[in-house]
Design a protein. Structure first.
Length: 328
């Protein structure tokens, strides 16, 4: 049974990755310091013999006994609310944490896949964004702690590949959605659905003419799985090219939820990207991958998940009560 270490395992994407690798017959070593993760995302995996969890901060140290075949580094705050609140930790996990995990990959002879982001493109001057585009990032702006951390992560990962021969993969993740997202994490989709469920007006920043492209989580996980098992070592965009303005998206959410909330407008945050759309030609060519789930179907599944939460859950901030779990 092959072993895989997944960091950020209690997060939205990390928990889905844990489930996918369990399904594929792997032994999963899950790691998370729960600074933004939700331990309940892994609740269904704790009884399994092929799953173990460590409450650990990878920016301080990483120790995993025994052999490892793969490492997936998904530990990082990923929403503006989080990385503006904990900027130093955000910088550390993608710099010191990545350094620690690359060292572990080198020592174990494991292949490592690191989770980068479309934010490396900043507020892009090229549209749609291709992997060859170097980006338009403000390194000292409020979003710089996340954008530059991820750009450094890519650089050190490539350095370990070229200098030490470590097997690597780099995925640039575009806006992703689905069950297990946090309603209060500040990203547009859970923010809109959360506001609708709570009977609040939907908040649009600026005029709402900025665009995003939303990929359903199952499609993203499939792309990541294929990338890990490919021989491609350059960055790869994984996302859905179906682009929509934020204003039109807000109207879609109101129609989906059947609410009569108004749309209210607030000032556009500093350095907020005006366009976001992936060019996925490399993923199509190298991975034979493209998204399958259309936005209408994915949004229905996601809305049903959020609607199933209790009122307590809709307003809950701390999900990380360990009392009901046995740590392995």
């Amino acid at each position: 049974m092959k072993r895989v270490l997944i960091t950020g395992a209690a997060g939205f994407l990390g928990s889905h990755l844990c489930g996918r690798f369990i399904k594929e017959g792997f032994h999963v070593v899950a790691m998370d310091n729960l600074i933004t993760g939700n331990i309940q995302n892994l609740e269904h995996l704790f009884p399994l013999e092929q799953f173990e969890f460590y409450n650990q901060d990878v920016s301080k140290y990483v120790h995993v006994a025994g052999e490892l075949d793969y490492i997936l580094h998904f530990a990082s705050p990923a929403s503006p609310i989080d990385y503006l609140k904990i900027p130093i930790q955000t910088l550390k996990v993608s710099s010191l944490g990545t350094h620690n995990l690359l060292g572990l990959a080198k020592a174990k002879g494991a292949k490592i896949l690191v989770a980068s982001t479309s934010e490396v493109y900043g507020d892009p001057l090229v549209h749609p964004q291709t992997e060859e585009y170097w980006g338009n990032v403000n390194p000292i702006g409020p979003r710089g702690v996340y954008d530059e951390a991820k750009r450094f992560q890519e650089a050190i990962t490539m350095a370990y590949h070229t200098f030490h021969g470590v097997e690597i993969a780099i995925v640039r993740i575009f806006n992703t959605y689905g069950p297990r997202m946090r309603l209060n994490d500040g990203r547009v989709l859970p923010a809109f659905i959360g506001q609708a469920l709570r009977g609040e007006d939907l908040t649009v920043f600026g005029k709402g003419d900025q665009t995003r492209s939303f990929c359903y989580v199952d499609d993203l996980i499939e792309g990541i799985y294929r990338l890990l098992h490919s021989n491609f070592s350059q960055p790869v965009n994984i996302g859905n090219p179906d682009e929509i303005t934020i204003l039109d998206f807000a109207k879609e959410i109101i129609k989906l939820t059947g609410t009569d909330q108004k749309i209210i407008y607030k000032d556009l945050p500093k350095d907020d990207p005006m366009q976001r759309q992936p060019n996925i030609e490399i993923a199509k060519r190298e991975l034979k991958w493209e998204p399958k789930v259309n936005r209408a179907d994915g949004l229905k599944i996601t809305y049903d998940y959020f609607k199933s939460l209790s009122q307590e859950e809709l307003h809950k901030k701390d999900h990380n009560d360990f009392s009901k779990f046995i740590m392995k």
